[in-house]
Design a protein around this ligand. Structure first.
Ligand SMILES: Cc1cc2nc3c(=O)[nH]c(=O)nc-3n(C[C@H](O)[C@H](O)[C@H](O)COP(=O)(O)OP(=O)(O)OC[C@H]3O[C@@H](n4cnc5c(N)ncnc54)[C@H](O)[C@@H]3O)c2cc1C
Length: 356
């Protein structure tokens, strides 16, 4: 039994809460993870495309340096927890509407120090033989990863349990309890669980949980659609992003496409977008006849207006820690480590803005 150790309750087994729980557990912390869903990744993490990259960032935005650190953190994860990335596929190819625009994209990121390469049509066709409309050139971003975010969350939780963390699923946290300005526990259906520190990693639900404590941390919800297509054979090897399509393929040949959410109407609802996207895919890729849409799910991304996440203790309430923001899959390993270093060791880097 651990004596005189703070008990840390983590709310949310999405990719961020799972990464934090793992990092706390391997440091010997007394940690309890709770999620209202039946398994890790039941929230927006289970609807994420799974692209770990810097290439979609903007070099003069402050998030760019952060994404770069976050992608580098994945290299450490590969060593620390190899099973976490055993199904991840490296590299992506990106091209714009014209070769000039693609070259500009390559220049922009090369000048920013990114390890990218501009490939000509012949190489692109050789690397991705099922592309029907081969671009004149494409940017190859070699350090990118395509992975299954829910699986990664599950691997983190498995490793945390092995390091003696405790997890409870299908357990909704109704409220965080406080006394004299400090956290004392969390309220669940069966009663109150004692905690000295509560980590809110509940994704977009943080708005409600914090709101009930009279706190507005400024997070908003941004919906997007994840489309899944069953497919009987390999079609693409890397993430492909052209002007009309962003697609990746998993080991079981499922094709994944991310799209913007419009509304729930007949014309622009997720299913309609899924069917229209299938027509685009057939135009862009040499697909087997049996490819079919299997799901079109809306996920609510927690975002802040400045495009940065928030991480740290929320000062008005002692022991209340916030970990939330977009893009969570890219950031999770870095956030997991930074949060654990701050909570357990009292070390703060200031790399990610504090919650207000
Ligand atoms: C279509 C789409 C594509 C995306 N693609 C990418 C991408 O390629 N790369 C990238 O980095 N990001 C991507 N994202 C964003 C990414 O999904 C999120 O940033 C990330 O998953 C957020 O993780 P999270 O752990 O903060 O939230 P969540 O996954 O939502 O986890 C929060 C958890 O808290 C639990 N919870 C909530 N309230 C309670 C409560 N009261 N009690 C107990 N449990 C509770 C929920 O059940 C949930 O499991 C994409 C998102 C979408 C929708």
């Amino acid at each position: 039994m651990r004596l005189n150790q703070p008990r840390i309750a983590v709310i949310g087994a999405g990719i961020i809460g799972s990464a934090i729980t793992y990092n706390l557990a391997i440091r010997g912390a007394d940690v309890l993870l709770l999620d209202e869903g039946p398994e890790p990744g039941s929230g927006v993490t289970g609807r994420a495309f799974g692209w770990v990259n810097v290439i979609n960032g903007t070099p003069d935005h402050s998030s760019y340096a952060l994404w770069r650190e976050a992608v580098a953190e994945y290299q450490h994860l590969k060593t620390a927890l190899p099973e976490a990335l055993s199904d991840a596929r490296p590299g992506s190819l990106i091209w714009r509407a014209t070769p000039q625009e693609t070259e500009q994209l390559a220049d922009l990121h090369r000048r920013a120090g990114e390890d990218i390469e501009l490939l000509r049509r012949g190489v692109v066709a050789e690397w991705e033989p099922h592309l029907r409309q081969v671009p004149e050139c494409a940017v190859f971003s070699r350090n990118d990863l395509a992975l299954d975010p829910a699986r990664l969350a599950g691997t983190y939780v498995g490793a945390a349990l092995a390091a003696s963390a405790v997890a409870r699923f299908s357990e909704k946290v109704a409220a965080v309890q406080t006394e004299n300005g400090r956290v004392t526990g969390i309220r669940v259906a069966g009663g109150t669980l004692k905690a000295d520190v509560v980590v809110m990693a509940a994704g977009s639900a943080i708005k409600t949980l914090a709101g009930e404590m009279g706190i507005d941390i400024g997070v908003e919800t941004s919906p997007a659609i994840l489309l899944r297509y069953a497919c009987s054979r390999p079609v693409v090897s890397r993430i492909l992003r052209g002007p009309r399509l962003e697609v990746r393929q998993a080991g079981d040949n499922t094709l994944f496409v991310a799209k913007s959410y419009v509304d729930d109407g007949i014309e622009n609802g997720p299913q309609a977008i899924g069917q229209r996207t299938l027509a685009v895919m057939k135009d862009e890729l040499d697909l087997p006849d049996d490819v079919r849409l299997t799901s079109a799910d809306v996920g609510n991304r927690p975002v802040f207006a400045d495009g940065l996440p928030r991480l740290g203790f929320l000062r008005p309430v002692e022991g209340l820690y916030i970990a939330v923001g977009h893009p969570g899959v890219i950031l999770a390993p870095l956030i997991g480590r930074l949060a654990a270093e701050e909570i357990v060791d009292g070390r703060r880097t200031g790399l990610i803005p504090d919650p207000k």
